[in-house]
Design a binder for this molecule. Structure first.
Ligand code: PLP
Length: 409
């Protein structure tokens, strides 16, 4: 019996798998103490579902071989990845265009090191995944935050006018912006950017000669009608100073294995990235990550299709639950990722909590025993919002939402 057999009979996303005691960031919460209900974690972005059976089997098979020496990603890896992007995203790559990296966050740091200097300005569009602030700051770059705006229909949008203005001001001050980091699909607001927006973004980056760092880690989790398009496809072959970071971590729930795909379609960009990653010693992959990723890309498509249907169901469940039980909470349209962005301004006002969703989130965790991410963790533009990870068995989501409603009375 292989390691995957226990999970391989059916793709049973309703099944609750006990993750406690696995050193899980999400589940092994020190606030879980005897005498109190365990905290339901609807925060950090991993899923409470078993990885695809093919992945479990590949890891099990690799584990059965008793030697864990240095491992190398052969051409087979880039071929499996290229075939995946062609089939799922319509992105046609040459095998050389993509190589394996350690994880997306180190990939962002490497791109900053490769294309910017100490003290250079880097643009981001908050509210956004918090390492977009910390990675430039930790690498001694200066963050220029140009917040997302609201489009005509109330949806979140990139504010190209404000971005242009910020770039012009930075250039006039003698410290021009050298790079922009973009989340696509966007964590936390859930947007899948349109063709038009991606083209405008590319034009902006080219006009200002910026390195364009696109974090596409959520690109396989598309829940709405708008198809995802990779910036690597919009920009086409030979695109200079474009680094797309993507990978199997979110798609197949293997974030703890740490692996990513670096897409760079021009040799100079590729060399710049491999030089930095090599200097950090990130040139050889982990044996288990590689085995898992290859199996996932070769055999994981049916699992992913079922997962997406299940996540769409959870999203509908969330919308129905909130409409019925907690009216007044706005939910941004979730086009991509499994992270719902909840506007709780009105709720905070009703509860007399002031503006701070952070205190409320703390109360939710400690008294309500359900943990969500406070919006201000994504920049001050996230104040008054909560992010909810809905990638868990529906019964768990339901219990988390029940606890939420119980706390607010
Ligand atoms: C937008 C985004 N980028 C990157 C990551 C982390 O990627 P990795 O674990 O590959 O560093 C996450 C995880 O939540 C994410 O949401």
């Amino acid at each position: 019996m292989g390691l995957g057999s226990e999970y391989s009979r059916r793709m049973d996303f309703d099944r609750i798998i006990d993750r406690s005691g696995t050193l899980s960031l999400k589940w092994d919460n020190p606030k879980n103490v005897p005498g109190k209900p365990g905290i339901i974690p609807l925060w950090v972005a991993d899923m409470d579902f078993a990885a695809p059976p093919a992945v479990l089997e590949a890891i099990g098979k690799r584990a059965m071989h008793p030697i864990f020496g240095y491992t190398t990603a052969t051409r087979g890896y880039s071929e499996a990845v290229s075939a995946w992007y062609a089939a799922r995203q319509g992105l046609e790559l040459q095998p050389d265009d993509v190589f394996m990296g350690p994880a997306v966050i180190p990939g962002i740091a490497a791109a900053l090191q490769a294309f910017t200097e100490k003290g250079d300005a880097v643009m981001i569009n908050p509210p956004v995944y918090h390492p977009f602030f910390s990675s430039p700051e930790d690498n001694e770059r200066r963050v220029v935050a140009v917040p997302l705006a609201r489009g005509a229909e109330g949806d979140w949008a990139m504010d190209f006018e404000a971005m242009e203005k910020a770039a012009a001001e930075a250039a006039a001050s003698g410290s021009p912006i050298r790079a922009i980091i973009v989340s696509s699909p966007h964590n936390p607001v859930g947007r899948v950017w349109s063709e038009g927006e991606l083209e405008s973004l590319l034009a902006f980056a080219r006009r200002r000669d910026l390195a364009l760092i696109c974090d596409e880690i959520h690109s396989d989790i598309i829940l709405g009608d708008r198809p995802f398009r990779s910036m690597a496809s919009v920009a086409g072959p030979g695109a200079r100073k474009l680094v797309v970071l993507s990978g199997p971590n979110k798609t197949f729930n293997i974030a703890g294995l740490h692996i990513c795909n670096v897409i760079a379609r021009d040799p100079d960009t590729r060399r710049a990235m491999t030089r930095v990653l090599g200097a950090w010693g990130f040139d050889l992959p982990n044996a288990f990550s590689l085995a898992a990723a290859m199996a996932a890309y070769r055999e994981g498509a049916p699992w992913l299709d079922e997962l997406l249907e299940y996540l769409r169901g959870n999203y509908r469940f969330l919308l129905d639950f909130l409409a019925e039980r907690v009216p007044g909470i706005g939910v941004s349209k979730l086009e991509g990722s499994y992270l719902a962005w909840l506007d709780i301004h009105a709720l905070l006002e009703r509860l007399g909590e002031g503006k701070s969703e952070r205190n409320f989130a703390l109360r939710l965790e400690e008294e309500g025993r359900v943990r969500l991410s406070p919006g201000s963790g994504f920049g001050k533009e996230g104040e008054g919002y909560l992010r909810l990870n809905l990638a868990c068995p529906r019964s768990l989501l339901a219990e988390g939402l029940e606890r939420f409603t119980r706390l607010i009375g």
